[in-house]
Design a protein around this ligand. Structure first.
Ligand code: GTP
Ligand code: NA
Ligand code: MG
Length: 298
């Protein structure tokens, strides 16, 4: 893209960490305290992603399950995320999945902000976690390193503001920008078949602006965008870069992690999708027929 067309955009953040270290509690706590346009008493929907506002800046969180079964999506998800919050329980310290998550992020070149969670717990040891960070070459800033790190209690809602500030500091360093004026491109965060709505998908816009009426190609599914709703279930007409939105009007539910792009009309979308289906079929047949050839012959 022409640099002149780029405009600042919010960071897209995912939360990673070992099982039971408090990822879901942290995401809930952040959302409760800061969600954008959350009406008091309003029913918030789980759409797999949400935006909060902090110090007049928006931050987009991807809110999907983080345990091992979802590692595939998490791996794909690193493509759309700018920053990973690595949750480490202060009483447990670094565990195997913490290290695995750190490797994911580093491989994808996504900087981490460490949330030392359960700071309230009996047996919490902040210095031990900081030592473990240093041992992994992600020394905390207050130890002379470069990694943002905050002690929090997701359960009590303590330290959340400081964590959000740390995310914004990291975001500023990245100078995140996108062209909001081109046809939209983005990624599916999650999808489902909803009663009365048909297949729906929560997507994150990576560039451009997604609008009602757009025709989308998303792997083996297409979409003529019939309607879009935000995380509060409120209908929206358009969605700029880094915005999460639930999209209605799909031919089928596209899997999480698949990218979409906008085409001129539904007819072109159907044709491109048909080509993708053919190609997928061809590849799966090729892998089937190539197997016997790999067997030793005499
Ligand atoms: P998985 O999704 O299963 O990997 O777990 P998770 O990382 O999402 O952890 P979850 O939020 O489900 O929290 C696990 C347990 O830790 C729950 O019993 C929480 O109540 C508890 N917990 C989470 N945050 C805190 C905290 O800040 N302090 C204390 N004391 N407990 C916490
Ligand atoms: Na849990
Ligand atoms: Mg969880």
């Amino acid at each position: 893209d022409d640099p002149a067309l780029l405009e600042p955009r919010p960071p897209v953040v995912c939360v990673l960490g070992h099982v039971d270290h408090g990822k879901t509690t942290l995401l809930d706590s952040i959302r409760k305290a800061n969600v954008v346009s959350g009406e008091a008493g309003g029913i918030t929907q789980h759409i797999g992603a949400y935006q909060v506002e902090h110090e007049d800046h928006k931050i987009t969180f991807i809110d999907t399950p983080g345990h091992a079964a979802f590692s595939k999506m998490r791996e794909r998800g690193a493509n759309v995320t700018d920053i990973a919050v690595l949750v480490v329980a202060a009483d447990d310290g670094f565990m195997p999945q913490t290290d695995e998550a750190l490797k994911f992020a580093q491989k994808a070149n996504v900087p981490v902000v460490v949330a030392i969670n359960k700071a309230d717990a009996k047996g919490a040891n902040l210095d031990r976690v900081k030592q473990q960070m240093q041992d992994r070459n992600i020394a905390p800033e207050d130890w002379g390193g470069e990694t943002q790190c905050e002690a929090v209690s997701a359960l009590k809602g303590e330290g959340i503001d400081d964590l959000l500030s740390a995310i914004l500091i990291q975001s500023e360093i990245l100078e995140l920008k996108a062209n909001p004026k081109c046809p939209a491109k983005g990624m599916v965060v999650e999808s489902q078949i909803e009663q009365g709505r048909g297949p729906t998908a929560t997507v994150i816009i990576q560039k451009g602006t997604l609008k009602v009426g757009n025709a989308l190609v998303c792997g083996e599914n297409y979409c003529k965008v019939r309607a879009m709703v935000d995380e509060n279930g409120k209908p929206v007409k358009s969605a700029p870069p880094a915005t999460p939105v639930r999209v209605l009007g799909w031919s089928g539910a596209p899997p999480a992690g698949v990218q979409f792009h906008t085409v001129k009309n539904e007819k072109i979308a159907k044709r491109e999708v048909e080509e993708n289906v053919q190609e997928a079929r061809r590849l799966s047949q090729m892998s089937k027929t190539s197997e016997p050839a790999d067997l030793p012959t005499d």
